[in-house]
Design a protein around this ligand. Structure first.
Ligand code: ADP
Length: 389
């Protein structure tokens, strides 16, 4: 039996899951790393272990994780693991698939950190810590961008001067790749096809949509950064670059201020004061016009992307996944209603059933399958990591 730890290291937090082969047996998180009091938590079966103490850095945080896993009886030390699978946000153009990371290529990985300065350094800190604490354990980086590396150049290039691409690597990369790949493989199994043609909509707090042709990504809505594309919880998604120049000049905003506005203070939050779809729908029920408009805009943007991706793929299925995609029947209904003239027909009864199972919620008359597929990025990372053991 293989013991795989899946790690998602953020700048001040760390999420983890322990897998015994493909079974997740424990999960937890450490928060407020670097602050006076950090919180660590491990959940397994119906039990919970909690610790509160000062954890200065990722190394101290991981030592607590190791201690909690020991207390729970899973392992005595990290060296008993077969491998650690690390979620790494950006792989640039060099890392096009899950990759074993060791002293021979960690510098190459570090060299692309400038593309994701808020995320990659923290992800790499997790890798370095494991290399340090348990040198015998295999480290595998699984990249959010990797699945999208099959996009053709005409889809991933921006229409700006060549050197911005050749020297600065500015192009569309796309994110949520582990999720888009996982649900598209599940969809292929479910539909019994070898080569899937589909559109996958990962709708969570962050949201993106991908066009999949013969099982490979041919376009996706996020770009150089996760800001582009759909309207999200706190990100604006597509916006005229000129509007940003206008805002900056009008309000004398710095680049950092503009960055914060677009990434943290826009999207659904800016439109209606809430970024959780459950709150937004409660407010719609109470008659709040701003929430109704925000909901309409959210679904309209998704509809437009689906329309444009239908133009570039012979898709026969639409996949909904992530927090909103899996749970929000109103969003699914609205998007499919918007697309009804193209032959999408949702079965409202099936759509309203809550389930953790993969399901097709289209009517038998629908031209397209409409699938709800729970994503599982951790399991996908664990499986890709296991392939190296
Ligand atoms: P992320 O991983 O990007 O934080 P998730 O995939 O966990 O996002 O999705 C989070 C979002 O899912 C929440 O902001 C909420 O809007 C939405 N969500 C979760 N459960 C429900 C539900 N039952 N109904 C509607 N929306 C839901």
């Amino acid at each position: 039996m293989k013991k795989i730890l899946v790690l998602n290291s953020g700048s001040s937090s760390l999420k983890f899951q322990l897998f015994l082969d493909e079974e997740s047996v424990a999960s937890g998180l450490v928060e407020q790393i670097g602050e006076k009091i950090s919180n660590a938590q491990l959940k397994f079966a119906d039990k919970k272990i909690e610790k509160k103490e000062e954890l200065k850095n990722h190394e101290e945080a991981l030592k607590i994780v190791s201690l909690m896993l020991k207390e729970a009886g899973f392992l005595n030390e990290f060296s008993e693991l077969n491998a650690v699978g690390h979620r790494v946000v950006h792989g640039g153009e060099d890392f096009i698939k899950a990759t074993k990371i060791d002293n021979s290529n960690i510098e190459k990985l570090e060299s692309i950190s400038s593309l994701a300065p808020l995320h990659n350094p923290a992800n790499i800190a997790g890798i370095k810590t494991i290399l340090n604490l348990a040198p015998n354990v295999i480290n595998v980086a699984v990249f959010d961008t990797a699945f999208h590396q099959t996009m053709p150049e005409y889809a991933y290039r921006y229409a700006i001067a060549d050197e911005f691409y050749t020297k600065d690597s500015i192009r569309r990369y796309g994110f949520h790749g582990t999720s888009h790949e996982y649900v598209s493989q599940k969809a292929a199994e479910f539909l019994g096809v070898k080569q899937l043609n589909a559109i996958s909509a990962h709708l969570g707090n962050g949201a993106s949509i991908s066009a999949i042709k013969d099982g490979k990504c041919v376009d996706t809505s996020m770009g150089l950064t996760p800001l582009e594309g759909l309207i999200m919880g706190t990100r604006c998604g597509d916006i005229d670059g000129g509007a940003l120049f206008f805002m900056a000049r009008k309000h004398n905003l710095s680049i950092d201020e503009l960055d914060k506005i677009c990434n943290k203070k826009s999207g659904m939050l800016a439109l209606c004061g809430a970024n959780d779809m459950r709150d937004i729908e409660d407010n719609m029920q109470k008659g709040d016009e701003k929430s109704k408009l925000a909901f309409e805009m959210f679904c309209y943007r998704i509809t437009k992307y689906i329309g444009s991706y239908l133009a570039v793929t012979p898709a026969s299925a639409l996949i909904f996944t992530a927090g909103i995609g899996e749970n929000d029947n109103l969003v699914r209904e609205k998007v499919c209603e918007n697309l009804s003239h193209l032959g999408f027909e949702i079965d409202k009864e099936k759509n309203n059933i809550r389930s953790k199972e993969i399901r097709n919620i289209a009517t038998s008359n629908s031209k397209y399958a409409i699938l709800v597929i729970p994503t599982n990025e951790e399991l996908s990372i664990a499986k890709q990591t296991m392939a190296f053991c």
